[in-house]
Each structure stands twice: as C-alpha cells, then as structure tokens.
Design a protein around this ligand. Structure first.
Ligand SMILES: C[S@@+](CC[C@H](N)C(=O)[O-])C[C@H]1O[C@@H](n2cnc3c(N)ncnc32)[C@H](O)[C@@H]1O
Length: 507
C-alpha cells in the first residue's frame, strides 16, 4: 500500500497498470498485456444459442440472459453492442457476485488458484466494465471469505469511493466444526456498496418481513397475520370515532380511556365484513386489527445472517444434489434462501439482477422465481450445460420443487392463547415435554391439554409454479491472432465476427 499524491489510500500490486486477457476460451488462464493491446479492448460478438420457454413478457427469453464466456468480455460487449446496450445500459439494479475466492484449491467445477495480482486485476477490470450497466440507485454485493475480502474492500473503495460502502454482512456458512484447522471457519463475508451511498440508498432498500411475530390461528386464507390495537389518541379524533362496539360473545366495549377507535363505525363494519378484525380473549376482548406481512414496515436487516435464517453451505449442496443427483453436485453452490434475502432487500419485482460468476445459476434461479429479470455469465461451458441451463429450464417449466419454490410456515393447529406466536408455542411444547419427564407436578390430563393447546405443524405454500423464459448465448471468438514469430497481434482473416476494439476507448 502507498499514499497517492492526493493523500488517498490506495492498494497497489504488480501489474496494476497492465490488462489481462483470457488465454483460451473457457480456461481459467489469463495473460498480461499492455492496456492498449486491441485484445484487451476487443468487443466480441454475443451469439444466441437457444431460447427456452416464453419469449416475450416481463420474465421472457427476451429479458433474461445467460452468457457462456469470460465475464470481462461479456460485460464489455453488453455495454457496447447497440442491441444489448439499448437493453441493458443503466438497467442493472443489483449485482451479486460470488467469484472464485482464490482459496488455492482446484474444485471439480472450476480452478481457484490465481496469483493475487492476477485475481485483483481480473476483479478490478470486471468491476469497472460493469459500471455503465448499473442504475443510479444500484447496489453491489460481493461474496468472499477471509482470503481476499480485505483486498476487495480496498478495490471497491477505489472503484466507487469509500463513502459508497454500506456494510459487511457476515454469513454463517456452516454450523459444524472442522477439527483439522487452527480455527474452524464459520463465516463468509458479503461486502455491500450502493452507488448513492448508504444514507440515500436506505430509503430504496426493503426491510425484512418479520415472520416471527405473525401467526395464523384462524387459518386465514391470506396467510399469517399479527394484530394491532384499534384505537387512536382522543385528541386527534373526530366525533364519529366514539361509539360502542359489541363483540361476537356479546360484551360491549367503548374506546379505552382518553382514546377513540381508529376508524369510524361504517369503516369498522367494512373491516369486520372483510374478516380484518380479531377479537382476543376468546371473543370477549377489545377489537384488534389484523395486519399481514405485506402491510408491515418490517425489520431493518442486521449484519449477521445465520444458517437458521438463510441456509448454509450444506443447504446449497443439498439443493444442488436434489437437482442434479448425488454424483453431480456443484462444488460451491449458495443456498437459495441467502440469495432470496439479497434480492428482496435490493430489488423490486421487474428489476434486473446481474451475476457474472454464475456457477450453478443460484442467483438467476432465485431472481426468476422472485419475478425479477436476470443476466448471468459463466466462463465454463460445462458448468452452463450441466448446471445453469438445466436448472433454469426446470424453473421455467415449474419442475424444480427445491429452494425457495415453496415456503414452510409453522402454524398453530388450534387457536393459540392471545399474543402467543406459533414459534413460541412450538418452543413451549417441546420444553414442556422435556420438563415433564422427570417431574410429577403435572397430572397427565393437564399435560395432555397443554400439549394440545400449543400444538403446531408445518404448512407449505407454493410460491413458484413456473413460467417465463431465457436466452442462452455464448461469447464469439476473438478476431485477433498472434504471429508466432514476432508476437505481433493482427486481425484474423477468417474471424470477423465482433466489433473490433471498443469504439469509445479506441486503441
Ligand atoms: C464460487 S462459483 C459461483 C457459485 C454460484 N454463486 C452458485 O451458487 O452456484 C464461481 C464461478 O465463477 C466462474 N468463473 C470463474 N472465472 C470466471 C470468469 N472469468 N468469467 C465468468 N465466470 C467465471 C467459475 O467457473 C465458477 O463457476
């Protein structure tokens, strides 16, 4: 590290002033070249291979795109070739990348052992190429482990400005202990940047639904709800908010002292007809208003994301093996619930989500199921053929039951005591069984009644039934060749498929 003349902190490395080009299509191998080398600026063609599912519509194949090839090449072409630039420039609301962590391992599905200087240049160039594709309120999420996260943070500070850093999320990737290591690593990191800076972006990002406080004791077909008091300060109320209400059991309530009802009588009657009023204390209590998660402000996301909430690496593997079979699992798939949370916080339905280190296609699959448009790039043809295309095809056809396709909710079998959630009932029920074991304090009839009153079960709701489509494309070959004798780069007479060097940068 050195201090630049302006006093800004800057990360330097061997080769920072050079450019990298892929040595051979589909290989994890790069060569250093001068930044003015036409191959470093080349805009390769994007060739359509096939279209799957519906073509038109908000989530059709004209919107969602898988590109097989190097992400640097793909990003440059997307931002430059007019038919793609028209569609994608300034359109990407969320970038989530889970690049090779540089763990010095060779996985079955990809190599993960690059020189730090190559890894940094590779990341720096892709971060810069993606810039023109982003919306002004975009956020960028970069998933890494201890190996490179500190260098990436400096890289992102340099690319976007340190004031665009929002937070580092700590993701609990596993709960088991690795006894071979000095410390058993439990977490990965997700660096979050927002182009507008955290203070402005926080108004655009979504909060998390607070499912813990919701329950569905009356089996409302609209799903779990919670109840809030239905009274307001008397000082701000009109005369029409003071009246008597009779409960279903015949108890008459007037507003609490110094309070009025929140609604006028006609509005209250509408709410009652819509089954939006809850009567606590078995029908004797004051009316309360039912609130569903979509009407709720929700919770500000915290920076530690536990396996229990969003899944861990073993869940990603389980989802992958359910899809592709035990013998064909992707090495490092992320669990769908993790991506669901990222996509939920950072986007709304219809927004464009991009991941240019596609892997097994988790980001695209989750974005698709959540009604977002998506763009993903994967270097390896084999990963695209074995994992991404079949996975997304199954998602489109509604034949992929795993991950976030359905959700399971803990619900009460009978109406719970007032204020008790299904989660609390479940905990109480299991503790009751434990506590009752060595004690004779509770007679069996009471125990049985308590168990029955707090019995809960899982209720599955299908969230995704199929639909939409996507296009599979691949990057065209380079138009350049290198003279074996003098190393000169020249235009290949047989491969004139792309646009040549990017016009705006020139060579
Ligand atoms: C850690 S995996 C991503 C896993 C993914 N998040 C998932 O859940 O399945 C990284 C992926 O990046 C791909 N990759 C590596 N270098 C690349 C490059 N230059 N361009 C595009 N993809 C690349 C690898 O082939 C690998 O599939």
């Amino acid at each position: 590290m050195k201090r630049s003349p302006k006093g800004r902190l800057e990360l330097t490395w061997m080769g920072k002033d050079s450019a990298l080009i892929p040595v051979e299509d589909g290989k994890y191998d790069y060569a250093w070249v001068d930044p003015s080398d036409p191959r470093a600026l080349e805009v390769k063609s994007i060739e359509v291979v096939e279209q799957v599912g519906e073509i038109d519509g908000p989530t059709g194949a004209n919107e969602n795109l898988l590109i097989v090839g190097d992400s640097g090449d793909a990003l440059r072409s997307l931002g430059t070739i007019p038919e793609y630039a028209d569609k994608y420039l300034g359109q990407v609301k969320l970038v989530y990348i889970d690049p090779p962590f540089n763990t010095e391992e060779t996985f079955e599905n990809y190599a993960d052992q690059l020189e730090h200087s190559i890894w940094l240049t590779l990341m720096r160039d892709r971060i810069s190429e993606m810039g023109p594709l982003l919306t002004p309120d975009a956020s960028i999420w970069v998933h890494l482990d201890d190996g490179e996260v500190h260098r990436m943070r400096l890289l992102l500070d340099e690319a976007f400005g340190a004031d665009r850093f929002v937070t580092t999320i700590v993701w609990q990737k596993k709960t088991s202990r690795d006894n071979r290591a000095a410390f058993s690593s439990s977490q990965d990191y997700i660096l979050v940047y927002a182009l507008q800076g955290a203070q402005v972006w926080k108004h655009a990002r979504h909060r998390l639904p607070d499912m813990g406080r919701f329950a569905n004791p009356d089996h409302d077909p609209r799903g779990p709800w919670r109840s809030v008091p239905m009274s307001a300060q008397a000082g701000h109320a009109t005369q029409s908010q003071f009246y008597d209400i009779t409960t279903p059991t015949g108890v008459v309530h007037s507003p609490p002292p110094n309070r009025a009802w929140t609604y006028t009588k006609p509005r209250f009657e509408e709410l009652l007809a819509d089954d939006l009023i809850y009567w606590p204390r078995n029908g004797d209590g004051k009316p309360r208003l039912k609130k569903f998660p979509t009407e709720d402000d929700g919770l500000v996301p915290m920076t530690i994301w536990l396996t229990d909430e969003v899944g861990g690496n073993p869940d990603g593997k389980r989802e992958s093996s359910a899809l592709f079979g035990e013998d064909s699992v992707f090495d490092t798939p992320k669990p769908e619930r993790l991506l669901e949370r990222v996509v939920h916080i950072a986007t709304s339905p219809g927004d464009l989500v991009m991941d240019f280190f596609g892997g097994s296609g988790t980001t695209a699959a989750v974005a698709h199921k959540m009604g977002r448009r998506w763009l993903t790039v994967e270097l390896s043809q084999s990963n695209a053929d074995r994992f991404i295309t079949p996975r997304l095809t199954a998602v489109v056809r509604g034949e992929e039951p795993g991950g976030i396709t359905s959700t399971s909710e803990r619900v009460a079998v009978e109406e719970l005591p007032d204020g008790m959630t299904a989660q609390e009932a479940q905990k109480f029920n299991s503790l009751l069984t434990k506590a009752a074991k060595g004690m004779d304090m509770l007679d069996s009839a009471t125990l049985k009644a308590l168990r029955a009153a707090t019995k809960t079960c899982d209720e599955k709701t299908l969230l995704w039934e199929g639909g939409g489509g996507f296009t599979v494309s691949k990057m065209g070959p380079s138009m350049y060749e290198v003279d074996d004798e003098d190393g000169q780069v020249f235009l290949s007479p047989t491969r004139r498929t792309g646009l040549g060097p990017r016009p705006s940068l020139g060579s």
